[in-house]
Design a protein around this ligand. Structure first.
Ligand SMILES: Cc1ncc(COP(=O)(O)O)c(C=O)c1O
Length: 388
């Protein structure tokens, strides 16, 4: 079956062909409660009718239009993003890595033009920013760089959450600081309270750009529209993707006007970025999130899930820690739980495990309390069966 595919994924033996809300079905009609949502992508649940209608209607009118021409839907989605974050200008692309690549290029261009070439970017240990060469260079996990030398330079990696280490790393070549407000791919790590506020202050003091990668945390995942809002400070550049169009490939970089000015026609581009189909999905996604108060739902259901997990923690000694914000939650085990995703398949639940020890729960934000209860029962059963 995988004869013709590049060997880049260790796939679970299931083919999912249908989805509705927090549920998906495989080719044999078996249902699964989705606690992964395409890794924090389908926040409104699978096949949300408003997104389906918007994409279907747009598909009947115009699939693709080059950025050589005006694409009115881009202006509409950019306005929705800005109205729900901070004033700036948006560049559209197709994925998280591309959004970060655009952010790195914009920061470099700004620093080369306005900061006499001081363009080094400080990034964080344990971070994940994508799989392009520049984004793996910015990623603070050596395993993603392994075998890909020569890796582009101009990045320095410091421990996440450590202000002194950051201050030590700043020198006359530094131009920007890049980080996730909560680290997702390394196992849902929430930095100490006040960390972002301190970073903002340091960036202002030293004239550095603050770049936030909200690819995983953005668009209501953590109980705020963007995770930086938990700390009440704004970045200069911010990236998003994953949940932006509820599963239709779309990414975006938003930058404050003073930085955005560094891009002029020809500086950066994407054939598919911002195409009408992706934009229609994005407009429907954000409009629905706002109309249906999904940010509050993420916060409330996140607290409900967190409480239910604390109950599990009391009866399963292998659970070491439960952490996260909104519906982005990591459960640390002091045992190897890498078989949980395949155990979940037989029970009828999709689960994701990071580095063998952390169960990452990022269900659709529309998940009901009853569905969370069902998920907890299934996880409880699996842990009991495995003696965990
Ligand atoms: C924080 C963060 N940045 C960037 C990426 C890369 O996004 P994509 O896979 O869409 O390129 C991810 C993907 O997991 C992510 O979590």
């Amino acid at each position: 079956m995988v004869h013709y595919l590049m060997n880049t994924y260790a796939r679970l033996p299931v083919a999912l062909v249908k989805g509705k809300g927090a549920w998906v079905w495989d080719v044999d009609g078996k249902s699964y409660l989705d606690m992964v949502s395409g890794i924090a992508v389908c926040s409104l649940g699978h096949c949300h009718p408003d997104v389906v209608n918007a994409v279907s209607e747009q598909a009947r009118n115009l699939f693709h239009c080059s950025n050589l021409y005006i694409i009115p839907q881009q202006e509409h989605l950019a306005e929705l993003i800005v109205n729900n974050s901070f004033d700036g200008r948006v560049f559209f692309c197709n994925s998280g890595a591309e959004a970060n690549e655009a952010a790195i290029k914009l920061a470099r261009r700004y620093c080369n033009e306005r900061k006499q070439g001081a363009a080094k970017i400080i990034a964080m240990e344990g971070s994940f920013h994508g799989r392009t060469l520049a984004t793996v260079a910015a990623t603070g996990q050596a395993r993603f760089r392994q075998g890909f030398d020569p890796i582009p330079g101009g990045f320095e990696i410091v421990p996440y959450g450590d202000i002194d280490a950051l201050l030590d790393a700043i020198d006359e070549d530094t131009g920007a600081v890049l980080l996730e407000p909560i680290q997702g791919e390394s196992g849902v790590h929430v930095p100490p309270d006040g960390y972002l506020r301190q970073l903002r202050k340091i960036c202002d003091e030293y004239g550095l750009l603050l770049i936030l990668d909200e690819v995983q945390t953005g668009i209501a995942r953590t109980g705020r529209f963007f995770a930086y809002m938990h700390e009440g400070v704004e970045p200069d550049i911010m990236t998003m993707a994953k949940a932006l169009a509820n599963g239709f490939p779309a990414g975006a970089m938003l930058a404050k006007p003073f930085v955005a000015d560094a891009f002029t026609p020809g500086s950066h581009a994407s054939t598919f970025g911002g195409n009408p189909l992706a934009m229609s999905a994005g407009i429907a996604t954000i409009s629905t999130i706002m109309r249906d108060n999904i940010v509050d739902k993420s916060l409330q259901q996140g607290m409900y899930l967190m409480n239910r997990l604390h109950e599990l923690e009391r009866i399963h000694p292998s659970i070491k820690e439960v952490r996260g914000r909104g519906l982005m939650i990591g459960v640390d085990f002091d045992a190897d739980v890498s078989s949980l995703p395949s155990d979940g398949l037989s029970k009828g639940i999709l689960l994701n495990v990071i580095k063998g020890h952390t169960l990452r729960l990022v269900p659709p934000l529309v998940i009901s309390s009853q569905e969370i209860d069902q998920a907890m029962d299934m996880i409880d059963d699996i842990l009991k069966e495995k003696g965990l």
